[in-house]
Design a protein around this ligand. Structure first.
Ligand code: COA
Length: 353
């Protein structure tokens, strides 16, 4: 059996901090309201020198270095984002332009569920034997599309990027189960108007009235209800599909959108708070970046041990959801470049039968 272990990881967030006290001066809100309804205290927002590309490249460099690889070693780069710096070319190609190499590169759009979707896609490429080394990035700079006169949305989001490197192993490491779902009928509850609808919706642009700028539109209550419904179910499904029980789970690493939503998911898995990795108080909701950033911080804090079973679970625009069990560690990964030729041969496309 082939698996796709996580052998490298890295994160990047902008330096600029936007606190709840800052927001109190911008809109009619309070630190007490934001903390009690969401758990968020501050978030990082892009400054003039930052972009989705700059954050994704910084996270990717750290992940590739941590895996002791170079960009030339990569077979594929997948970037999960819905805030790319350009429509053409893909965010993944913009990242590769700075990393180097000639790996295949494409973007994946599944909003805040994007990183788990991309992790599952990258894992399939490794597990089928098609590729050996894959870079998966979640990166978003949604604050560029936030209306900072709309208190219902501007308190929630921050910017950032996180990346992992996947490498083939014959040991059960990396993503062991996958649950992907979407309910397109709910798309009206969380969206950013596209090119076709942007012009009529925003002409003329009314900069000062909430909800009238081109940017994120959200029905918070509907999204909340949806998230509470799917997060726990998807996580539980992922555990079952991995052939495990809740007591086998060492850590829940959820999408960091709202503490009340995360608590509901943890309750369903019967997990105490200390087994739930939380950092939304410092970053808010960083969309596709939130799970890989949380993973990096959990690792840096010494909270992850070889063989630990982690549950990743996310929800977002689509409406979409995604979950999976990830077994931490790099057992069985060939660290000796001399064996790579043999590996590649074993994984190469065979002749048509
Ligand atoms: N500060 C102060 N008051 C605020 C506020 C803010 N930032 N935002 C909204 N309010 C007000 C509302 O206007 C409403 O006032 P009213 O009762 O006078 O009408 C009141 O607070 C309650 O609003 P409500 O929307 O019912 O609050 P809530 O408890 O549902 O929390 C969210 C709102 C947005 C925090 C919550 O619905 C949520 O987290 N939804 C999911 C959003 C999400 O995660 N999106 C990203 C998905 S990836």
């Amino acid at each position: 059996m082939r698996y796709a272990a996580i052998t490298g990881w890295g994160m990047a967030v902008p330096e600029r901090v936007l606190t709840n006290a800052d927001l109190e001066r911008m809109v009619d809100t309070s630190d007490e309201w934001i903390v009690s309804r969401t758990g968020i205290r501050e978030r990082r927002v892009v400054g003039p020198g930052d972009s989705t590309t700059s954050l994704a490249v910084a996270a990717a460099r750290r992940a590739v270095e941590r895996a002791d690889l170079t960009a030339d070693d990569l077979d594929l780069i997948i970037v999960a984002t819905y805030t790319p710096d350009q429509f053409l070319v893909s965010q993944a190609c913009l990242v590769q332009a700075q990393l180097g190499g000639t790996a295949g590169a494409f973007d994946l759009g599944a909003a805040c569920s994007g990183f788990v979707y991309a992790l599952s896609v990258g894992t399939q490429f490794v597990r089928t034997g098609c590729y050996e080394r894959i870079l998966v990035i979640g990166a978003d700079t949604l604050t560029r599309l936030i209306d900072y006169t709309d208190r219902a949305t501007c308190v929630l989001f921050g910017d950032g990027a996180g990346a992992v490197v996947l490498e083939a192993t014959d040991q059960p490491r990396g993503l062991l189960s996958t649950v992907l779902g979407a309910d397109g009928a709910g798309s009206e509850h969380l969206y950013i108007p596209g090119w076709a609808t942007l012009v009529p919706e925003s002409a003329p642009l009314v900069q000062d009235a909430p909800g009238t700028r081109p940017g994120l539109r959200m029905n918070g209550n509907e999204v909340f209800r949806f998230a509470v419904r799917v997060m726990g179910d998807a996580a539980a499904d992922a555990v079952e599909r991995a052939g495990l029980s809740f007591s086998d789970i060492d850590m829940l690493i959820p999408h960091q959108a709202n503490l009340r939503i995360i608590d509901a998911a943890a309750r369903q898995l019967d997990l105490p708070r200390e087994k739930v990795w939380l950092n939304l108080d410092r970053y808010g909701n960083t969309s596709a970046a939130s799970i890989p950033i949380a993973l990096c911080e959990a690792e840096a804090a010494g909270a992850l041990a070889d063989g630990n079973n982690l549950v990743f679970v996310a929800f977002g625009g689509g409406l979409s959801w995604a979950a999976g069990v990830v077994r931490w560690g790099t057992e069985g990964v060939c660290r000796d470049r001399a064996c790579w030729g043999a590996e590649a041969k074993a994984g190469a496309d065979g002749p048509a039968a």
